[in-house]
Design a protein around this ligand. Structure first.
Ligand code: HEM
Ligand SMILES: [Ca+2]
Ligand SMILES: [Ca+2]
Length: 264
């Protein structure tokens, strides 16, 4: 959620706005699968903070802190979060188009999108390591199993046994739209560097994951993170801090929302 917020109009909690007409950022296709639990958690934290010191802590800052806290709760590294973001004044579903990476992107596409937000290729690789946690719906990667190309239905960069396993989870026909697979095949609920070890073993779920190992520009960094958890942790925390600076609003450019899901 923090990532999807920061890449659309900066880290300003625009992703949290709810609209009666279904035309806020959270209603956009790329955001529709953001977990309801995430929105609930931010709302609860906001209530607790408002009770102690009303009107002082922005929803954008709460989102940044919550992103850090979930990493720590899942066994990942702790880090200091810079604060002082103001909450944005606009949120349109149409603003999301083209701002977030699709799962089919190659390294060039990923590098360009992250560069447009001031993030390096190393930051991009480290942040992709967030896929050490969580799930993806079948429709985001099923093309790798059934229609990769005319001659090769299965993506040849996918480990064959892993591909078989994914086909069981996501059958070509009759798959429920809500079926998911874990993004990290080995430790989906632990924040660790197993995601990178999986990429080396050709068990990256999304195209955008696996290309990080396959492409010579990112391979050495993937191997380094796979072999050295400390290297990954420090690159991840540094990249999260940089992500948290994207498009930050100050003064009249924003406000401190009373309710994270509505403008004041
Ligand atoms: C590098 C480009 C990225 C692409 C193409 C990408 C794409 C995706 C896709 C397609 C999903 C599955 C969505 C679904 O089907 O529900 C997903 C899930 C997820 N992504 Fe990314 N992502 C990228 C980068 C990031 C970054 C930078 C972060 C955070 C720093 C992140 C954190 C997550 C998390 C935590 C999930 C799991 C959500 C859940 O289980 O509810 N991703 N991503
Ligand atoms: Ca935003
Ligand atoms: Ca993991």
């Amino acid at each position: 959620m923090f990532f999807h917020d920061c890449f659309v109009g900066g880290c300003d909690a625009s992703v949290l706005i709810a609209s009666d007409n279904g035309d806020a950022e959270k209603d956009a296709h790329d955001n529709i699968s953001l977990a309801g639990d995430g929105f609930d958690t931010v709302a609860k934290a906001k209530l607790a903070v408002e009770a102690q010191c009303p009107g002082l802590v922005s929803c954008a800052d709460i989102l940044a802190l919550a992103a850090r806290d979930v990493v720590v709760l899942a066994g990942g590294p702790g880090f200091k979060v810079e604060l002082g973001r103001r909450d944005g004044l606009v949120s349109h579903a149409s603003s999301v188009d083209g701002k977030l990476p699709g799962p089919e992107l190659d390294v060039t596409g990923l590098v360009n999108l992250f560069a447009s937000n001031g993030l390096s290729i190393t930051d991009m690789i480290a942040l992709s390591g967030a896929h050490t946690l969580g799930f993806s719906h079948c429709d985001r990667f099923a093309h790798r199993l059934y229609n990769f190309s005319a001659l090769m239905p299965v993506d040849p960069t996918l480990d064959p046994a892993y591909a078989q396993q994914l086909m069981q989870t996501c059958p070509r026909v009759g798959s429920e739209p809500n079926v998911v697979s874990t993004l990290d095949a080995t430790t989906p609920d632990v924040f660790d560097n197993a995601y990178f070890q999986n990429l080396v073993a050709r068990k990256g779920l999304l195209t955008s994951d696996q290309v990080l190992f396959n492409d010579f520009r990112s391979q050495a960094t993937v191997v380094r993170f796979a072999n050295n958890a400390e290297d990954f942790n420090s690159a991840f925390t540094s990249a999260m801090r940089k992500l948290g600076r994207v498009g930050v609003k100050v003064g009249k450019q924003g406000e401190i929302r009373k309710d994270c899901s509505a403008f004041n």
